[in-house]
Design a protein. Structure first.
Length: 347
């Protein structure tokens, strides 16, 4: 009895320590019966009917006891089919002759980030390969065609196009990884959104003129927002660029700006090819393109909308899409308006 009291005391002291460290952990006896657990362990739902739910975790505790060593593992843990699957790192070790302690760390988010990063790097390598191998082939062709000025001219033009594409891709990759890392170099300040839209239109004017697309922007000044104006400008430039690129010659692209429920909303409207509904959710993913061959013709990277989405999210906003194939698309970019401005409006 005294022994069992002492064991319980050791267990509860250990758990008190885990509470201080804010760690998920359970203390169990020689038959893996849980004696005590920390609040974090309860949050995860590690224990049911005095047993740790996962057979792998029980095995880990047994191993620690048998080998008298600290043992660890990384594994997936699912409490039940209504709970999310967690990726955990677990370590079991002897606490005393009668007790084993199991420490669990939820690494789901870290693993997701790792995977996202790995995917990103894989995608980048894949996307870089296309223009690089085109450049290499073109330069070989150029060497062979030295005596034929017409061919040389053609290959040189293609070479220039491919290297421009490579440059654009690298620039967007850098922009995107910066935004994703939350490393906004630009200054956070209050700025007039209408002016930034005008700038973004200006940056696309040459492209629009060369495609015969007319941009009609209705951008009232005085709608103030907080944030990184450079990043917002980059996002809007991408949206307008897409509207122009995915429109037919002689069509119009419209841009509107208004305030709705405390948010500044920029609508970029085109009457272009539209986006089939099954692709609409995915086009904001990195490197996702509805029609990769067409996108390649337009010099697309599949990164533009991903930058737009991150820019909106980083500013507490969002980007939404309404689109019908062959009728056109409307992208709406919303970010909160500057607070003082909002209260003046409410007066
Ligand atoms: P890209 O550089 O290929 O244009 P984005 O990330 O900007 O990459 O866009 C992803 C894909 O979404 C494009 O490849 C295209 O298929 C589709 N898309 C984007 N904007 C439009 C638009 N305004 N009209 C039709 N399709 C669009």
């Amino acid at each position: 009895m005294v022994g069992s009291h002492k064991v319980k005391k050791v267990a509860s002291d250990a758990v008190a320590f885990l509470e201080v460290l804010d760690t998920a952990g359970v203390v169990a006896d020689l038959s893996n019966q849980v004696i005590d657990q920390s609040s974090k362990a309860k949050d995860i739902g590690l224990v049911e009917y005095d047993k740790v739910i996962s057979p792998e975790l029980q095995e880990l505790m047994t191993q620690a006891r048998v080998t008298r060593q600290s043992v660890s593992a990384e594994l997936y843990f699912v409490k039940n089919n209504r709970s999310p699957k967690l990726y955990i790192s677990a370590r079991a070790t002897l606490l005393s002759e009668e007790l084993v302690i199991l420490l669990v760390e939820d690494r789901t988010e870290a693993k997701r980030l790792d995977e996202t990063r790995r995917d990103f790097v894989e995608n980048i390598s894949h996307e870089l390969k296309t223009p690089i191998s085109a450049i290499s082939l073109l330069s070989e062709a150029l060497q062979v065609a030295l005596d034929d000025p017409a061919q040389v001219k053609k290959f040189a033009a293609n070479l220039q196009r491919e290297s421009k594409r490579l440059g654009a891709l690298v620039t967007k990759i850098i922009q995107l990884s910066r935004i994703q890392a939350g490393d906004l170099k630009g200054e956070i300040a209050v700025f007039d959104l209408g002016h930034v839209i005008d700038e973004a239109v200006e940056l696309n004017q040459f492209l629009a003129d060369s495609k015969g697309v007319r941009i009609a922007a209705d951008t009232p000044s005085g709608i103030m927002v907080d944030g990184d104006s450079e990043l917002i400008s980059m996002a809007l430039k991408n949206l307008i660029e897409n509207a122009v690129l995915y429109s037919e010659a002689n069509s119009n692209v419209g841009i509107g700006l208004s305030v709705v429920d405390g948010f500044a909303e920029v609508a970029v409207i085109d009457k272009g090819i539209g986006i089939p509904v099954e692709h609409q959710e995915r086009i904001f993913e990195r490197f996702y393109r509805v029609d990769p061959s067409r996108s390649r013709d337009t010099g697309g990277t599949g990164l533009g909308l991903s930058i737009v989405k991150h820019a909106a999210n980083n500013h507490g906003g969002e980007v939404t899409l309404f689109s019908k194939p062959n009728l056109g698309s409307t992208f709406t970019f919303k970010i909160p308006i500057h607070q003082d401005h909002q209260s003046e409006d409410d007066k």
